[in-house]
Design a protein around this ligand. Structure first.
Ligand SMILES: [Fe+2]
Length: 245
């Protein structure tokens, strides 16, 4: 998601040519998957772990969106739609409102295993999409899209971008008394995930106003993050923002 100039549908949306991925790319995916899963068993939310299994992610190959969407469709009706890169915030949120998740289909190279400035399929499919298999998260993300798509002023858009950043991208959740990772930026990056659970990071209880007032910068490790008690709590916060339907 990013504020950007308007783009045409053809510039934004693309297709995944799955058979064009090379052996090297499948191998890079396998390395990324293996290194990250080794740690996520202990550090990630059960909602992520269950979802990754449910959508069929595995070490052997770059995910085929046809298969992922088939499984997701049956579980929650969410679909991943291939995009060429960042799309404007308004368009992004309108997609969410329709249970369509804009997904990049390119993959980082072996030289960029740990960090990539732009999202790629590892960030988008490994980091985001497993959560879409969960019925509570599925509803909350759609509702988020509907509410955010209504934001008009620069200030409202900034506040929704902060809420997105501190939950969907970098959120933490309490499970059985422990703080676990669920935000895609934490799930898909070893360094960000470790930082989020370390003493370098001030983990604050989720509070809607505090989150929407919290400035963020994207290009370094986060020193403040927010912990939700449950996805129901986040769902209710988004409901409150939307006002009466
Ligand atoms: Fe993301």
């Amino acid at each position: 998601m990013q504020h950007a100039e308007s783009k045409t549908q053809e510039e934004m949306f693309t297709t995944q040519n799955w058979s064009a991925y090379t052996a090297e790319q499948h191998e890079v995916w396998g390395i990324l998957y293996g290194r990250r899963m080794e740690q996520l068993g202990d550090t990630a939310s059960q909602v992520f772990l269950r979802g990754a299994d449910a959508i069929g992610l595995n070490r052997d190959q770059v995910p085929d969106l046809k298969d992922v969407n088939q499984r997701l469709g049956e579980m929650t009706g969410w679909q991943s739609v291939p995009v060429t890169g960042f799309i404007p915030a308004g368009e992004f949120f309108r997609c969410l409102a329709e249970r369509r998740f804009p997904t990049t289909v390119t993959l980082r190279s072996r030289e960029q295993l740990e960090y990539l400035e732009e999202p790629d399929i590892f960030h988008d499919i490994f980091g985001h999409v497993p959560l879409h298999a969960d019925t509570v998260f599925a509803d909350l993300l759609q509702r988020f899209g509907k509410v955010a798509a209504m934001a008009e002023s620069e200030e409202e858009i900034t506040r929704m971008a902060r809420l997105f950043w501190f939950t969907i991208e970098f959120g933490l959740v309490k499970e059985s008394g422990d703080v676990k990772l669920y935000g895609s930026g934490l799930i898909s990056s070893i360094a960000d995930g470790a930082n989020a659970l370390s003493d370098n990071c001030d983990r604050r209880p989720f509070d809607l106003d505090a989150v929407m007032d919290q400035h963020f910068e994207i290009d370094h490790l986060q020193d403040v993050l927010f912990v939700i008690e449950s996805f129901d709590q986040l769902f209710e916060a988004v409901e409150v923002l939307g006002g009466p339907r």
